[in-house]
Design a protein around this ligand. Structure first.
Ligand SMILES: O=C(O)[C@H](CS(=O)(=O)O)OP(=O)(O)O
Ligand SMILES: [Mg+2]
Length: 236
């Protein structure tokens, strides 16, 4: 099995995804939030790229969610904070989600055979689901504003470590994959502090969302594996 880690949406060329499984990673916070939404019983998540597209879908049956500049978009029901996605808020509902980086990355990945959403919260389950799909795997780090984001790289390292644990075949990876595996392994007890000190972590703290970083840094707390089916993410 081949694993390629891509450092940000900016580096993502669609032809690299054909015949592959892509795991989109946006630890802070989009893919962690998508996992939380499905865990809370949301029927599906429709990722859209722009606020305008989201607003056009506003109706009684949809929950509109997302952020710009880390803040809830005016007129939307929810922001991009995983803990807002409670059963009362999203249970049985279709969520329309737009975020700065994560929903863009999901759209970039759509040419792949399979698209999953990965986070620290669901890494083991996500790796197991990806291995079962029997394709080479791309780990697409959403990054932040077209640049690499440390939290996504750490999650790529964790996913590779999980894939190596469960895969019966030899895994080959690109150099970025090898670097992120080593980086994740060296993080140990410092993982939370590393997320808090990252560029996005600092931005979230400044905006009063430190609790979200605590939520997003928990490893393997969820067995939910969001998978793109048509235009929406559903639980596999
Ligand atoms: O809401 C978030 O955590 C970020 C905001 S920013 O890009 O870091 O300003 O968006 P996301 O799409 O979840 O990376
Ligand atoms: Mg992010």
């Amino acid at each position: 099995m081949q694993i390629e880690v891509i450092s940000s949406v900016n580096e993502a060329q669609a032809d690299r995804f054909t015949h592959r499984t892509v795991i989109v990673i946006d630890v802070l916070r989009a893919t962690s939030t998508i996992v939380a939404a499905l865990e809370a019983g949301a029927a599906s998540i429709l990722p859209v790229e722009t606020v305008l597209e989201a607003r056009a879908l506003q109706c009684g049956e949809h929950v509109l969610a997302g952020e710009r500049f880390c803040r809830k978009i005016p007129g939307f029901d929810l922001g991009n904070s995983p803990e807002e996605f409670t059963p009362a808020a999203v249970g049985g509902k279709r969520v329309v989600l737009t975020t700065t980086n994560g929903t863009r990355a999901l759209h970039k990945a759509m040419r792949a055979d399979y698209v999953l959403a990965g986070s620290l919260n669901n890494a083991a389950a996500c790796a197991a689901a990806a291995a079962e799909l029997r394709r080479d795997i791309v780990l697409l780090c959403a990054g932040s504003h077209n640049e690499f984001a440390l939290e996504d790289g750490l999650c790529a390292g964790l996913l590779i470590s999980e894939l190596r644990r469960i895969s019966p075949t030899v895994i080959e990876m690109n150099d970025l994959g090898a670097a992120m595996l080593g980086y994740y392994r060296s993080s140990g007890e410092r993982l939370r502090d590393m997320l808090l000190g990252s560029t996005t972590g600092r931005k979230l703290i400044k905006n009063g969302n430190a609790r979200d970083v605590d939520h997003c840094c928990r490893i393997n707390t969820s067995s939910i594996v969001p998978r793109l089916q048509g235009d929406s993410l559903c639980q596999t």
